[in-house]
Design a protein around this ligand. Sequence first.
Ligand code: CAA
Ligand code: FAD
Length: 370
Amino acid sequence: MLRDSVARFAQEVVAPKVREMDEKEMMDPAIIKALFEQGLMGIETSADHGGAESSFTSAIIAIEELAKVDPSVSVLCDVHNTLVNTVLRTYGTKEQQDKWLPQLAESKLGSFCLSEPASGSDAFALQTRAQKDGDHWILNGTKMWITNSYEAEVFLIFANVDPSKGYKGITCFIATKDMGIQIAKKEQKLGIRASSTCSLTFDDLRIPTENIIGGEGKGYKIAIEILNEGRIGIAAQMLGLAQGAFDKAVPYTFQRSQFGQPVGTFQGLAFQQAQAAMEIEAARLLTYNAARRKEEGLSFTREAAMAKLYASQVAQHVSGEAIEWAGGVGFTRETGIEKYWRDSKIGAIYEGTSNIQLQTIARFIQKQYS
Ligand code: CAA
Ligand code: FAD
């Protein structure tokens, strides 16, 4: 039911705006509003906090269905649910959950601010500092590449309260835009162009002590444990993207004839499509299996890394071939096939690059075999 209702929403509300949003590099505010109204911004949040009280797998399916139509809308929903809401649901005190979760389920968009100009893969080397000042903390620093930040009102910010402790000084703060968060630059990107990506500066940003989540020095663990989950969300985004490109290009190959037959019936294309269908199925199984393990309380870090790595490879491969299956038409902006390919590239970069996923998997192998 959830899959059908998100698919319908994506077709009716999102699809008509995809091309315009891509060209304008801007998310339509009406779509963000509609996502909240549809109950897609608090998927796992409890009903008494205004959420849908659904499962992690439901969130994964929603992200997948949105990505079939627009990977930008999908990542907006993904970051808000699997990163921002999940940090609060998992590590927030009752007071923090009562205060923030209803706002995040009903109307306020969230951002997850970890990366900085000098710390991407090496995320725990972050330079943003927080100093105590009575019952407040003063934050100074710069964040980079922050998804949703142009439209967001709530920000999870990772800052170091005690650099002498290395990454064990990293602490997670929750802040609102009106506390004084400034957008320094909005990036112009190859893909997911409707999804905002900005640098933020914190210039003596004052945050009350009660806005620390999980305790001082617990931020690094919060960041990576939530990213382990988030990576399954990106796998779902890439899976949906691959399926969306496939669904758009394949019908065309049975309408377009050359040499007196539909091009899709030439073995050269048919076998490529068979290979792509198999890869999508494998990515789906890896993604759902990682989600299942998470839900069942089993270890899932290795499986999440595999799902994210593989699904992003499949997304790039399938969307690239989809362009070729449609020939010249696939190369134009009109059909929207080329957009899937541009959008696919980010899967190998954010929430841990492909090398970081390989490193994560390799560490499990080393632990088991050395
Ligand atoms: N799961 C749980 N804990 C982990 C972990 C994992 N996958 N990887 C490392 N850790 C823990 C270690 O256990 C260790 O903790 P303790 O000291 O308590 O034992 C600590 O982290 C440091 O471990 P390492 O020295 O091995 O880690 P490192 O400094 O080499 O790198 C890392 C750690 C920064 C997490 C790196 O592996 C990584 O994942 N980098 C990518 C960062 C990333 O994903 N950024 C995403 C930003 S958000 C985003 O991108 C959103 C979006 O676009 C939509
Ligand atoms: P670098 O870490 O500089 O990596 C450069 C290259 O070196 C990569 O190929 C990488 O794989 C390789 N490399 C680095 N270290 C190793 C290693 N140890 N072994 C092998 N290879 C290595 N961050 C947030 O905090 N919040 C967000 O919402 C967010 N959204 C994003 C949205 C977009 C569109 C983009 C582009 C990024 C976003 N990010 C976000 C940041 C993203 O997580 C980082 O870009 C990513 O983690 C990589 O960091 P980097 O760009 O600094 O690349």
